[in-house]
Design a protein around this ligand. Sequence first.
Ligand SMILES: *Cc1c(COP(=O)(O)O)cnc(C)c1O
Length: 393
Amino acid sequence: MTATSTLASASLKIQPRILLGPGPSIVPPRVLAAMGQPVVGHLDPQFAAVMDHTQELLRQVFETANHLTFPISATGSGGMEAALFNVLEPGDEAIVAVAGYFGNRLHEIATRSGARIHRLDKPWGEIFETQEIADALKVHPNARLVAIVHGETSTGMLQPLQEIGALCRSQDRLFLVDAVASLGGTPLPVDAWQIDVCYSGSQKCLSAPPGLAPITFGPRAEAKLRGRKSKVQSWYFDAAALSTYWTLGEGRRAYHHTAPISMVYALHEALAMAMEEGHAARFERHRDASAALHAGMTELGFRPFGREGYRMPMLTGFLLPPGLDDASTRKRLLDDYGIEVAAALGEMSGKMWRVGLMGASATRENVAALLAALDEILGSGGAGAKAGANVSA
Ligand SMILES: *Cc1c(COP(=O)(O)O)cnc(C)c1O
């Protein structure tokens, strides 16, 4: 047989994994099944109904009344570009708060907008105090916008947002939040917390495949983007142009780019599942799984990274016990147990793992599987699994 004929006859066969990294998370069968529905045209009335319902579900998940709420055809980083590029232009000033790898990406993209960006740094594992943002706004009184990451996936920290939102609103500055890792796993009421621009990703706590970035622009952000002096730097991510497709409604939708039909089906189904479960139950499930994980990992000699009291439930950085080899242990987890955990990024690389409990992955069963596997690998006689099981909900 030639190489060509082997390829031609080969169908994909992918082994399922227990995905306990920083995304993608486990995609439920119902979401995968939705992707198998017939592909129709992007202006088909059937698809228009799916779009309308998806937007309504997105508003419920973001807890917002924002009209300009829709998924960007890109992963979370595309949502980041869309958010920043639409509300920043040359002549603007903005503050970007950085306490990890994704804060750094936020800063990098912001600098490409042509606006003057003031970077505020904190060490990895820290969060920003409201006073620190207030001080920075005094130093840079012309900054029109503050950008920050909610769940910093490189460190496991959860940045408090509510007070910073109130501060920005009281001074008439826009507040832009990266919620790629956090949306769907922990409270994020966009309107109540006075967030003007917020975006996420489909593959983290929403548990759809990677490929869409939900985004929402509040009235103040919309006023800014509709009143721009210059064109948005990106044609593809121009929210005003995208809104002609997403928000004009029945019979008036205009082609911008071909919507990724099957991915919108998937997001629709994932959002419907999130709302059927309900915010409170879903957030509690993430907290409960996280408590069991922390108990078991601590028993095995891992130490949670970062400032106490500010860790997020959906991803924890665990410092490795002395003597444990990073890469070979993760390889054994994947090869022998089908479990994926992630290496650390940047300055924490080699010293830490990032263990995710995002969306459908956030269950006690998945935590128990990881702890039992680590018990075997480390020869700890079941100590980790026992500690994890003993946590009361
Ligand atoms: C994953 C992630 C991103 C980037 O998302 P991609 O889908 O990988 O492009 C951005 N910010 C945070 C906080 C993330 O966790």
